[in-house]
Design a protein around this ligand. Structure first.
Ligand code: GLC
Length: 448
């Protein structure tokens, strides 16, 4: 029988495509931004050179304006439809020799660079940091230049996929309210949406109650077409737009990764460019403006109306990962997270709290527990001095994976594996947690 660490390694190796790791063999045949970052964190424990390669292949997709796209497409003939859907080549900013999407994803790249670098011998580490540093500076400078038009210190997002939490409830609600074309409303009204299962790849292999609803998938698809029509030009996109959100999870991740860029700069004796440095400082303060006194958690904000979108999700807790929030607020977040009945389920932490009206234990980002958000929260707990809580969440997470196997996400009440099997970031981050808790060796020893 295989031990967990060996199983994780096997999954990474099976999903390895040489230069990058696909999120899962059948369902996700391309390279995704935050998936690859998490994969690299896992690879770093097995083969740091391979981990480096993962990130080098990712930055190959960086746009001329600095954006790191959320997907780099496989050039296999059979995926022409996927490449064509985004048509990155309509933008003068897209790279010449790769087909990518036209949006980004949570910026965990600096985190991955840092973790991989730390597994390399000292001289290679500084070479690697020297190569990645300008990429990171360009990426984060782009986040401010294009996505923070009012210089508030928070990045706005233009498509739900940029959150990484594709069908997270507050975003779905905003899409429905401000971005639902008449033809989608008509399809919904006459109940035709069920027929769209035929054109969806995911619902062929995974029960549809575990995926996005057809109507929401259609809205997300339509939102892509609108971005594409505007050639991914941010001024055109924001012109008279009713739809742009300062997502709390994304911004918390950006703030933490800003700090890591500072750490990398120090190691290689660089000075952060002045404008970026000022923006980074602004973000630390701006993140607190997403705090809501009534709920005692953070929320995303509608960029257009400037109102908080008061629907609790896993993103509400992610400011703990930023590492910069007010100590009292951090303690309140932890208390809310560990109190039974909402976020503290038998298999925590659910993507939507159990007591929410829209909680659904099977559906994608509307209830299930995911390894990557657990990992970010664990890291935040550790850096904020909540080591006991971090340890408890590590134990719960490892138990869930040990009992059920390597899945894309899990039922937060029963631990049942959902979505795609053999999922890369679950394997990679489980491996990292095993290393952190020192169980990696015991696992391996048990096998030999
Ligand atoms: C889904 C997830 C997203 C992930 C992608 C590939 O779209 O919502 O976060 O990056 O799948 O795994």
């Amino acid at each position: 029988m295989n031990t967990l660490a060996v199983t994780c390694e096997d999954v990474l190796k099976a999903n390895d495509r040489g230069t990058h790791t696909v999120p899962s063999p059948g369902l996700y045949p391309h390279q995704w931004l935050w998936d690859s970052c998490f994969a690299a964190i896992g690879w770093a424990h097995i083969n740091p050179e391979r981990a480096k390669q993962e990130l080098l292949s990712l930055i190959h997709g960086q746009w001329h304006n600095g954006m790191v796209p959320h997907m780099i497409f496989s050039m296999d003939k059979k995926y022409a439809r996927d490449r064509n859907m985004w048509r990155s080549w309509v933008s003068p900013n897209s790279p010449n020799d790769v087909a990518t999407s036209g949006i980004t994803q949570p910026p965990v790249l600096a985190e991955a660079v840092w973790r991989v670098g730390n597994e390399l011998p000292a001289n290679e580490r500084s070479q690697f940091f020297t190569k990645m540093y300008p990429v990171l500076v360009r990426y984060h400078s782009w986040l401010y230049l294009e996505r923070d038009p009012h210089s508030e210190g928070l990045a706005l997002l233009i498509h739900p996929y940029e959150t990484g939490l594709d069908n997270t409830p507050p975003w779905e609600q905003q899409l429905r309210e401000h971005s639902r074309p008449f033809w989608i409303a008509a399809i919904e009204n006459i109940g035709l949406e069920k027929y769209f299962n035929m054109v969806r790849r995911d619902t062929r292999s995974i029960p549809s109650e575990q995926r996005m609803r057809n109507i929401d998938a259609l809205m997300a698809w339509d939102a892509i077409l609108r971005l594409r029509r505007k050639r991914y030009d941010i001024d055109m996109i924001l012109h008279r737009s009713l739809f742009a959100i300062e997502d709390v999870g994304f911004n918390a991740i950006m703030v933490r990764n800003n700090q890591i860029i500072r750490d990398i700069a120090k190691i290689i004796y660089r000075k952060i460019p002045k404008q970026l440095d000022e923006n980074m400082q602004k973000s630390v303060i701006a993140l607190e403006s997403l705090w809501d006194e009534t709920y005692s958690i953070y929320f995303s904000r509608d960029f257009i109306t400037n109102k908080l979108l008061k629907q609790p999700t896993i993103s509400s807790l992610l400011p703990i990962y930023s590492g910069v929030i007010d100590k009292k607020r951090a303690a309140m977040l932890v208390k809310i997270m560990t109190t039974a009945g909402a976020y503290w389920t038998d298999y925590p932490v659910p993507s939507v709290p159990k007591n929410s009206r829209v909680f659904n234990e099977w559906r994608y980002w509307q209830g299930p527990t995911w390894l990557n958000t657990n990992w970010l929260i664990i890291d935040g707990l550790q850096r904020n001095g909540f080591s006991q809580e971090a340890q408890a969440l590590i134990s719960h997470t490892l138990k869930m994976v040990r009992e059920n196997g390597i899945w894309e996400y899990y039922n937060p009440k029963t631990g049942e594996g959902l979505g795609s099997s053999d999922f890369t970031w679950t394997a990679a981050l489980t491996l990292d947690l095993l290393h952190q808790s020192g169980e990696h060796h015991t696992d391996k020893a048990a096998q030999s």
